[in-house]
Ligand binder design. Sequence first.
Ligand code: NDP
Length: 353
Amino acid sequence: MTPREASQAPLEFGGPLGVTAMLLLLPATMFHLLLAARSGPARLLGPPAYLPGLEELWSPWVLLLLFIWLGLQVALYLLPARKVAEGLELKDKSRLRYPINGNHIYDFFLGRELNPRLGSFDFKYFCELRPGLIGWVVINLALLMQEAELRGSPSLAMCLVNGFQLLYVGDALWYEESVLTTMDIIHDGFGFMLAFGDLAWVPFTYSLQAQFLLYHPQPLGLPMALLICFIKAIGYYIFRGANSQKNTFRKNPSDPSVAGLETIPTATGRQLLVSGWWGMVRHPNYLGDLIMALAWSLPCGVSHLLPYFYLLYFTALLVHREARDEQQCLRKYGRAWQEYCKRVPYRILPYVY
Ligand code: NDP
């Protein structure tokens, strides 16, 4: 992207005003959710039942523990025994970018630097998958053990939530390479949004169901548990099928598993899939992800809205993300993208949206 193009790119997330609101609201929401999950009424809406004092929020030992955790992840990331994957061409074609008419708050939120590196240490790639995502599973497991200590054994609901989310994180790590083709790596800068999102928001708000269950035990019978497992399996089948199909197609369009699929040629030389998962809706992977999100909340029962926060927030995130991706694809593929939208009219949910 040339400096001129950079200065003309449309502002995202509501521009400086929108990102200022998010800078304040995201940390506040995270604290509110954690306080609410621990309080008796566990209210999603309304003020938290109590506000902790500064001494409860600050501990040098916790800070030390955090640095040890990050240090451990850095050491594992730098281990020489690893596969080196080649990324796609980046939006900036790896040329230097020059700040023109930048807005400090907007740049701080979205990040001016696309893929900051210190030698071979890639900050964004490291943060996307390791400390926060693995930290989420560690927090979940700690909550499960605390529940076992409190009540003698972990509840079925807690086991389901732990198992489902462990599968999600395990899948992300197993298919680690596919993060290279995501919007986060190719398009978004490394600013507050990704750093806070990866390191704080993911481990602490994605573990909300387990936090809720620790303080608000929920009875769960075997038939309901089986039904929830079935919902999770459907979600995972769609999510993995759609992501793998696109990744295989992007890497090698003549791979036998995707060679028979119908495609639309584009002026860039790339093709768009119009059959298979990507012929059902324009973002089948989001649909699978949302069905899984529902399965993570259901073990918490229906007495509170709080455990459904993730599903509500994630729906908003994916609807917004889909709209951003749509704009980028329209700019990239023009007529071919319009043709794709005509052939596959629904975005995420067939016949609804
Ligand atoms: P996607 O993996 O959905 O990729 C979108 C890109 O795919 C487009 O920009 C385009 O890029 C390509 N594409 C779109 N349509 C077609 C088509 N018909 N044929 C071929 N290629 C097509 O992007 P995301 O990064 O948003 O999502 C990745 C995964 O991560 C998803 O499963 C999502 O649910 C999940 N996710 C999870 C989050 C969480 O917090 N749990 C947050 C965000 C995402 P191009 O043509 O350049 O290849």
